[in-house]
Design a protein around this ligand. Structure first.
Ligand code: SAH
Length: 267
């Protein structure tokens, strides 16, 4: 069902800062975000943080098996009244704590949302946890996070999230959204990204890979040979020039190389 924009300030939900609520006002932008999810997407889709359904109204028009999850009681009540077609598919809950296997079992599903910015990184880490089931992901974050996800090496934005996500997903920065497009306007500009899972997985031990990426970036200014000392045998330092570099100079493949060295010769 369509929501008349003029009623926006009257009958909608009161924005709550602690829930990261900034409601999108511009319908054309909402349509653009909804359309960023490709048509060949799996039919199963989860929208995180639908709020008053600005994005949802365009998603329900598509041929999807759509579920939505929001933590806010008031938003949930609003959605129940205005989106009767989603009966049984409107979940009141915290996405971070929700057991996603309850929704789609082991079937693939995509994620979409204008996310609550206070939990951006946690949403992305949960995506990584469920990556084998999530082939596509479209979302709005604060621009700085959107850029971090898509950043390339030798760039100050490049960090843990860039390497971990790019190891498993092709990442694409789609477009910016000005703060004035939201009510209330957030303090920062927003950015929309699209992630598509790569067809091949990384060919090293995933746990080791995650560990060295995190450990490497914990001390950004240090060379790998210093920050990875406790987990890599010193004898390997001369084997590869990677060890003399700082984490932001390493490609995803360089981190995979490191993971393989540790895997084949653990401390
Ligand atoms: N998508 C809407 C609302 C964006 S505001 C729009 O574009 O207008 C972010 C939304 O995320 C709010 O509705 C807020 O209640 C919800 N939210 C905040 N924390 C959440 C959590 N942990 N799990 C699920 N939803 C959450």
């Amino acid at each position: 069902m369509k929501i008349p924009i003029q009623s926006f300030f009257m009958e909608k939900v009161t924005p709550k800062k602690k829930l990261g609520q900034h409601f999108l006002k511009e319908k054309t932008i909402a349509a653009k975000i909804a359309n960023a999810l490709p048509d060949n997407t799996p039919k199963n889709v989860l929208e995180i943080g639908p709020g008053t359904g600005m994005l949802t109204q365009f998603l329900v028009e598509k041929d999807l098996n759509l579920y939505v999850i929001d933590i806010d009681k008031e938003s949930i009540a609003y959605l129940h009244t205005h989106f009767t077609e989603l009966k049984g598919k409107i979940i009141e809950g915290d996405f971070l704590k929700y057991d996603l296997s309850l929704l789609f079992k082991n079937q693939p599903f995509s994620i979409i949302g204008n996310f609550p910015y206070n939990i951006s990184s946690q949403i992305l880490f949960k995506l990584l946890e469920y990556k084998t089931q999530i082939p596509k992901f479209v979302g709005t974050f604060q621009e700085e996070v959107a850029q971090r996800v898509c950043a390339v090496p030798n760039n100050k934005q490049y960090g843990i999230l860039s390497v971990l996500l790019q190891a498993f997903y092709e990442t694409k920065y789609l477009f910016k959204i000005n703060a004035s497009a939201f009510y209330p306007p957030p303090k920062v500009t927003s950015g929309v990204i699209f992630l598509e899972r790569k067809s091949t997985s990384i060919d090293c031990d995933e746990k080791i890979f995650f560990k060295i990426v995190k450990q490497g970036f914990q001390q950004r200014r240090k060379t790998l040979k210093n920050s990875l000392k406790p987990i890599i045998k010193e004898a390997h330092y001369t084997e590869n020039s990677i060890f003399g570099k700082r984490p932001e100079q390493l490609s995803v493949n360089d981190f995979i190389t490191l993971a393989k060295i540790i895997e084949n010769d653990p401390v």
